[in-house]
Design a binder for this molecule. Structure first.
Ligand code: GUN
Ligand code: FE
Length: 442
């Protein structure tokens, strides 16, 4: 395959930004370029320089004046809930019972799972998201559909079969042994195959018996290179129910700690009502609290306390949590993250927002060498963002005077219309027409 030279305004983070305009935290190149060879980034820098070293036989994708960033990363969502976004009127437990446990039963059918998986991946790509961590349904065939759709598109996706053996409809329940066996088979089949990564996924303490939690412990101990994902402290009724089921636990977090589920590869959805003690346990174990702003607002769950995570030294990431989350767009998600933190008297700077969607989320996954930043040797997962994609944005952009302001406009007013192109392992996945035209020109 010919080399590809992506030209535009390159922006990539090096460190977490401290403060509103920490220019040390990122690299920008106004007339920049990313050279892509065999699905990986071969060089990043000044266009003229890279053009010179690239040789004559190169395809040029000229995206000026748009921004060239690493592909966006979503650390928590549910692929079988794609058609359940905007389910009306209920908070978490009622919403699960009324809508979600009905919807997820459809994924017993491989054709249905295959159809939704394809559309799900395309929707991520349309929104500039190149890697995501998703729950599949309880059915192993939903995991097959998920990873097959990701492989077809060349995407680095993380996911796993939900395990549930109580407090869910019969058709969605496995047993401790079945959950264990099916998870093991799926790990053998998918983990490390191409770009696929497996996440061991007990849904949450309410839907797993102590016996299934024990099986989860065994799975996590036997597969230290897999991820672990579950939900923690999202809603007050949920917390009361969960702690009533595990009376020996000090608190909700202690349930997962007791079963050995808190590791550096553990992603805990929501974490809204944690005590300082619980957040300190996350800090000690390296487990990550996942902030899902659109979901927390939509289900009326509550406000994530980012400052306490930072003060107690615990890691956090950001995610859409579709289908309780209302959008696949990480831009729209960060717009709501800003508002949620604002309601708590906290600030999220635009630089920090963009850091979070890229390098920050890559770091909590331990994948910062591969994704989340533009550097030689990284996978060529890249998004092209147009800050003036909508007329109102174009007008607003005329008054913008800094990069930070432009990023704030992008996240506050932007959505999938701002995604001019998404490259997955160096392949243009969204605007093939644009790529083809550029190819003719050069
Ligand atoms: N807690 C347990 N399952 C779920 C789910 O599917 N979505 C959300 N938002 N919270 C959960
Ligand atoms: Fe969730």
């Amino acid at each position: 395959m010919k080399d590809l030279l992506i030209r535009g305004r390159v922006l990539t983070f090096i460190e977490e930004p401290q403060g509103i305009d920490d220019t040390q935290s990122y690299l920008t190149v106004e007339d920049g370029a990313v050279l892509v060879r065999d699905g990986k980034i071969a060089a990043v820098g000044d266009y003229a320089e890279i053009r010179r070293t690239a040789g004559a036989d190169v395809t040029i994708a000229d995206h000026r004046p748009h921004l060239v960033l690493p592909g966006l990363i979503d650390t928590h969502l549910h692929f079988p809930q794609t058609q359940a976004i905007a389910s009306y009127g209920a908070q978490l437990l009622e919403w699960l019972n009324t809508y979600i446990f009905v919807e997820e039963q459809k994924f017993a059918a491989p054709e249905h799972a295959g159809f939704v998986a394809g559309r799900f991946m395309d929707e991520l790509i349309a929104n500039g998201t190149t890697t995501a961590v998703a729950y599949c349904s309880v059915h192993p065939q939903s995991v097959d559909a998920y990873f097959a759709a990701a492989a077809e598109r060349g995407m680095l996706m993380i996911g796993g079969k939900v395990m549930m053996d109580r407090n869910a409809p019969e058709a969605l329940r496995d047993t401790p042994q079945q959950g264990y066996d099916e998870t093991r088979r799926l790990i053998d089949k998918w983990h490390g195959r191409g770009r696929a990564q497996y996440a061991i996924s007990p849904r949450f303490a309410i839907t797993s018996t102590p016996a299934q939690m024990e099986m989860s412990r065994a799975l996590v101990a036997e597969h230290p290179d897999c991820y672990v994902q579950t939900h923690l402290s999202e809603n007050r009724d949920e917390i009361a129910f969960a702690t009533s089921l595990f009376t020996a636990a000090k608190d909700y977090t202690d349930i997962y700690a007791h079963y050995g589920l808190l590791t550096e590869r553990t992603l805990l959805g929501h974490c809204i009502y944690l005590s300082d003690r619980e957040i300190s346990v996350l800090a000690e174990t390296g487990a990550v609290g996942v902030f899902c702003p659109t979901s927390n607002l939509f289900l009326g769950s509550g406000l994530f306390d980012r400052d306490r995570f930072d003060r107690l030294g615990a890691r956090w990431s950001v995610a859409t949590d579709v289908g309780a989350g209302t959008s696949f767009s990480m831009l729209e998600t960060m717009a709501e993250a800003y508002k949620v933190l604002h309601l708590n008297g906290q600030r999220l700077s635009p630089l920090n927002s963009f850091y979070r969607m890229t390098l920050g989320n890559a770091r909590v996954l331990g994948l910062q060498d591969k994704i989340g930043s533009l550097h030689a040797g990284a996978d060529a997962d890249i998004v092209i963002l147009d800050s003036s994609a909508k007329p109102a944005m174009e007008l607003r952009m005329r008054t913008a005077t800094s990069l930070a302001e432009e990023l704030f406009i992008l996240q506050t007013m932007g959505d999938d219309r701002c995604v001019a192109e998404t490259y997955v392992a160096g392949k243009a996945m969204k605007g093939r027409r644009i790529a083809a035209r550029r190819e003719l020109e050069t």
